[in-house]
Design a protein around this ligand. Structure first.
Ligand SMILES: Cc1cc2nc3c(=O)[nH]c(=O)nc-3n(C[C@H](O)[C@H](O)[C@H](O)COP(=O)(O)OP(=O)(O)OC[C@H]3O[C@@H](n4cnc5c(N)ncnc54)[C@H](O)[C@@H]3O)c2cc1C
Length: 312
């Protein structure tokens, strides 16, 4: 039977829901699911992880170095504790993408990225060519499966379970000193995290100017949504690049995705393949975004976005 270790993603004492998505993948593999929370102090993250449906137990590994998530110092802690586990999984967010290759190297195991479907405990589907093709890969029996889970492919199970057992642990690994935390520069805001949000409103080149992004933000705030953007909007310098949705941006799976002034280039669509309802607002009736949209509005966004926002 598989014995699966899922690395919790968290920030500011809050568990990111990408962890529950990784647990959903672990459940599809089958077996015991242990969540590992790497924290500096406190037990909020571990306690929250313990209520994710399907979690068998939680390890709260506390070390002062975990005050800021650094892949260089967290990977050795994971590798030291992962001995005996058949699988080590993390979300495919920037957190997991940074961390898991180091874990794989330390465990002398191959690395599987972006698991989107499970055939059996060692055989997985993963996307290639921006999601236009899918490969099936098999990990040899002789090594652990070290992998990132494509969050957009796995919905967290609804509801919570009675809390699983939480065990405290201390770090036993020697940590490198070549990498240290210097500072964090991040956008402060009350909007939801783009990768975890249930609703996203995105703007593209059709907005015409940076100041017009306020139209997208206004609608997003009315909906409690995150804000996203096409690469054209990012490259124009209208919004920071962490808002980019698509092949070279964020792959997201919100329940509602509203694209305003976005043509629907294949590289953008690669980021929203798993979105629930797609709404497109575009003044060109032949824009490719209408081929994937559930609801399409052929209209000028400068007129429609304020109207929608006011109506809400
Ligand atoms: C290797 C590679 C990776 C890439 N990765 C990404 C990626 O991750 N994400 C991404 O988004 N792109 C990516 N791109 C770029 C992608 O090919 C497109 O160039 C980009 O998505 C276009 O952005 P857009 O839809 O905002 O702009 P455009 O294609 O210029 O479309 C603007 C749309 O706005 C509409 N419009 C104009 N005015 C209005 C108005 N007043 N009201 C309503 N509609 C209006 C137009 O009809 C048009 O359809 C990548 C490209 C390459 C080559």
């Amino acid at each position: 039977m598989s014995n699966i270790l899922v690395i919790a993603e968290h920030a500011n004492g809050q568990l990111n829901n990408s962890t529950a998505r990784a647990v959903a993948c672990a459940k599809a593999i089958g077996g015991e699911v242990t969540v590992l929370a790497l924290t500096a102090s406190g037990d909020e993250v571990a306690t929250a992880a313990a209520t994710i449906a399907g979690v068998s137990n939680v390890i709260n590994l506390q070390d002062v170095s975990n005050g800021h998530a650094l892949a260089a110092t967290q990977a050795p802690q994971i590798a030291a504790i992962a001995d005996g586990y058949s699988h080590v999984l993390a979300p495919n967010s920037t957190f997991g993408k940074d961390l898991m290759p180091r874990v794989a190297a330390l465990m002398d195991a191959p690395m599987v990225t972006d698991i989107m479907a499970v055939h059996d405990a060692r055989t997985f589907d993963r996307p290639v060519y921006a999601g236009n093709a899918i490969t099936t890969v098999k990990v040899p029996d002789s090594v652990a499966v070290v992998a990132t889970v494509r969050c957009a492919s796995w919905a967290p199970e609804a509801g919570e379970q009675a809390a699983a057992a939480v065990e405290s642990s201390a770090n036993s690994a020697a940590l490198p000193t070549h990498t240290r935390f210097v500072g964090l520069v991040s956008e402060q805001g009350d909007r939801p995290d783009l990768q975890a949000a249930d609703r996203v409103v995105s703007g593209g080149r059709g907005l015409g100017a940076a100041e017009h992004f306020a139209l997208v933000e206004g609608l997003a705030d009315k909906l409690g949504a995150a804000v996203g953007a096409s690469r054209a909007a990012v490259d124009s310098g209208w919004v920071p690049n962490d808002l980019q949705v698509g092949q070279t941006g964020k792959i997201i799976a919100p329940e509602l995705y509203i694209a305003a002034g976005i043509s629907g280039a294949i590289q953008h669509l690669a980021g929203i393949k798993d979105a629930g309802t797609i709404v497109a607002i575009n003044k060109d009736p032949d824009a490719p975004i209408f081929e994937v949209a559930d609801i399409g509005l052929v209209a000028d966004l400068h007129q429609v976005l304020p109207e929608l926002t006011n109506a809400l």
